[in-house]
Design a protein around this ligand. Structure first.
Ligand code: RNT
Ligand code: ZN
Length: 418
């Protein structure tokens, strides 16, 4: 233990040499909340129907044992995950995760179907975010929801959207933290459409109807999430980036950027500064695209670090709601949460440990030599010693120690699940 402290003191000195105060940085890191997505815990199945099949252009592969099958099990797993992650965070719930004995459909959801989550969140000290669920449902017809030509289909989903806003408002009011309600619709076509315009117009009008009523923004704000393509919607997705950028900017909604929803070489890190200049705010789905999949577990790759640097260097953390979005059923699901969340925090820490003002000055002086020398050298600075100390201070396992705890939990809890 003293070893961790000693290493921290050494690291602190090294960072002080380049003008970075590590104690101050750790205090700032404490304010960064990550919204952990509930859906990694059960492969995006939810509790609306007993054996819900995942549709809507997204897919979870793998059959690792121990998935949660009830809200109780999911909460138990979440508690385990949060206990291995430093700091206080948020939970991102989808409508299909309602917790009630009543048989309710998506166009009937009410705040009361989520009271158990709210009570639990209060006890845990976590905030809540929300998402209406526009997939895995028979009313998703021909791959469409809000853009479907049949008004009956649209009306069903409009009602769901309106109700989701009431749930989010209730969550924000009860918890005392703004609940971000994120709208993502998979609507699209497998092959080349004749008419790309009319479905988008229908989607726009449906969204306008959903958002007609003004709600208290202290309790809830809405975000809209774009996507380039999905499985079965390869040629056309109604809610593209341009669509939602236009929508979000003109309707004063947050713009949600999912790291896996763009062309394979296109990155969201390069979009943040522009969106920040014009939008009310940003929601992130930190995720990892691999080939055609958008939802691999977040690892410490270049893009994650680039996203973190953009947020920190440009002072965008207060404008940005950081959420995660991945689902891997081939590994322990609690480990997936822990790895993805800790990586996201660690990337932000690493970005905070840069001498930002000095780096900006080098650039302003066009001293690109110094800029490169510094940014390269910084890669080898002992940020991990700062991170380990932070974990220890927060009472969570340091380094690989968390894995042992996940293994024990796996043996004692997950292995005996039906
Ligand atoms: C799908 C979107 C969306 C979902 C969740 C479950 O590609 O990223 O955010 O992953 O709503
Ligand atoms: Zn997403």
């Amino acid at each position: 233990m003293t070893d961790i402290k000693n290493r921290y003191e050494e690291a602190k000195k090294r960072y002080a040499e380049i003008g970075v105060d590590t104690d101050e940085v750790l205090q700032k890191l404490d304010d960064v909340k990550i919204s952990m997505h509930c859906w990694q815990g059960d492969d995006v199945k939810g509790f609306l129907t007993p054996q819900g099949e995942l549709t809507g252009g997204i897919m979870s592969t793998g059959s690792y044992p121990g998935a949660a099958h009830s809200p109780e099990e999911l909460r138990q797993d979440l508690e385990k995950a949060y206990s291995l992650i430093p700091g206080k965070h948020k939970l991102n719930l989808h409508a299909i995760y309602l917790d009630t004995d009543e048989k309710v459909d998506l166009n009937q959801i009410e705040p009361k179907h989520f009271t158990k989550w709210v009570q639990w969140a209060k006890v845990q000290g976590v905030g809540l975010d929300f998402n209406p669920t526009y997939f895995s449902h028979p009313m998703m017809k021909d791959g469409m929801t809000l853009s479907h030509p049949d008004k009956k289909v649209r009306d069903y989903w409009i009602e769901h959207g309106k109700r989701s806003r009431k749930v989010a408002e209730y969550m924000g009011r009860e918890i005392g933290q703004t609940c971000i309600n994120n709208f993502w619709m998979p609507d699209g076509m497998k092959d080349n459409p004749i008419d790309r315009y009319t479905p988008r117009k229908r989607m726009m009008e449906a969204l306008d109807e959903i958002f007609e009523e003004k709600l208290n923004e202290e309790y809830t704000k809405e975000a809209v999430e774009s996507k380039l393509f999905g499985l079965g919607a390869e040629a056309y997705t109604v809610g593209s980036h341009e669509f939602y950028m236009g929508y979000g900017l003109t309707r004063n909604k947050l713009i949600c950027l999912d790291a896996g929803h763009f062309h394979p070489t296109e990155v969201i890190s390069n979009k943040l500064s522009s969106i920040a200049l014009f939008s009310k705010g940003i929601m992130l789905h930190v995720s990892r695209p691999v080939r055609w999949d958008s939802d691999h577990v977040v690892i410490m790759d270049d893009e994650l670090q680039e996203i973190a640097k953009e947020l920190v260097r440009n002072n965008l953390l207060s404008k940005t709601n950081i959420g995660l979005d991945f689902f891997d059923a081939t590994i322990n699901r609690i480990a997936a949460w822990v790895i993805g969340t800790r990586n996201t925090q660690k990337a932000i820490l690493k970005a905070m440990l840069e001498p930002i003002e000095d780096l900006k000055a080098m650039e302003l002086e066009f001293d690109f030599t110094k800029r490169m020398a510094y940014t390269e050298e910084l890669k080898d600075f002992p940020y991990a010693d700062v991170w380990n100390y932070y974990c220890e201070q927060k009472g969570v396992p340091v380094g690989l120690d968390w894995l042992e705890e996940v293994r024990n939990y796996e043996n004692n809890v997950l292995a005996i699940r039906k």
